[in-house]
Write a protein that binds this ligand. Structure first.
Ligand SMILES: *[C@@H]1O[C@H](CO)[C@@H](O)[C@H](O)[C@H]1NC(C)=O
Ligand SMILES: *[C@@H]1O[C@H](CO)[C@@H](O)[C@H](O)[C@H]1NC(C)=O
Ligand SMILES: *[C@@H]1O[C@H](CO)[C@@H](O)[C@H](O)[C@H]1NC(C)=O
Ligand SMILES: *[C@@H]1O[C@H](CO)[C@@H](O)[C@H](O)[C@H]1NC(C)=O
Length: 174
């Protein structure tokens, strides 16, 4: 049994994982790095960054920034326009300079950096749409400029672990 697992288990597991990767549906949540490779910083026009993108319920925003300088605050539209950060709706700042915001509401939400950076343009309005129906005849949602800025493994990684765990218990039964 141990010999079998050592000599055969790993390659077989790899094969199962590869099979799972091919068979799993392609529609899953997208994690958007706000500002792509520029991140959350000064001198980026985030209106332009968000333009043409479709944010769907279930996707995430990922703010990557200098934790010693900036932060991530969600405000309402009025306070977004005036850069008033005195009464944020939500403080997404965790302190690591890497904050994840789940887009779990189909509406427009407003994110700014406090500490004066909003006035310089560190602000973004994100309109979240309803999740589209699974692509049968329609083209797959195409919002993947680069592999780095999008991370489609939301459903994918847990599924892989589930398959791996199932395979492992199967081997134990042998
Ligand atoms: C936003 O909140 C401020 C109070 O901080 C309030 O005066 C304003 O009416 C609100 N605007 C919207 C669009 O809800
Ligand atoms: C937001 O939360 C962080 C971490 O808890 C905290 O350090 C910071 O002071 C908060 N900022 C605001 C504006 O509330
Ligand atoms: C959205 O996610 C936030 C953070 O995880 C949570 O606090 C909030 O209740 C969620 N809202 C809805 C409508 O699911
Ligand atoms: C970003 O670009 C848009 C569209 O070109 C423009 O209307 C807006 O004023 C710009 N924002 C900033 C902060 O420069």
């Amino acid at each position: 049994m141990e010999g079998f697992r050592r000599s055969f288990g790993l390659p077989a597991l790899a094969a199962v994982l590869m099979f799972a990767a091919i068979m799993l549906p392609k529609v899953s949540a997208v994690r958007y790095i706000v500002g792509a490779n520029m991140g959350w910083t000064t001198n980026v026009n985030y209106t332009i960054w968000a333009q043409g993108k479709h944010f769907y319920n279930g996707d995430w925003l990922f703010f990557v920034y200098d934790r010693n300088q900036m932060n991530v605050l969600e405000v309402n539209q009025t306070n977004y326009e005036s850069c008033n950060t005195d009464h944020p709706l939500h403080n997404w700042t965790t302190g690591a300079g890497r904050d994840v915001v789940p887009l779990n509401m189909t509406k427009t939400r407003y994110f700014v950096s406090g500490k004066g950076f909003c006035y310089g343009g560190m602000k973004v309005a994100i309109h979240t749409e309803k999740t589209p129906p699974p692509p049968s005849s329609s083209p797959i949602r195409s919002s993947s400029p680069t592999l780095l800025s999008n991370f489609r493994s939301h459903l994918f990684v847990p599924a892989l672990f589930a398959v791996a765990a199932a395979w492992d218990s199967f081997l134990l039964l042998l």
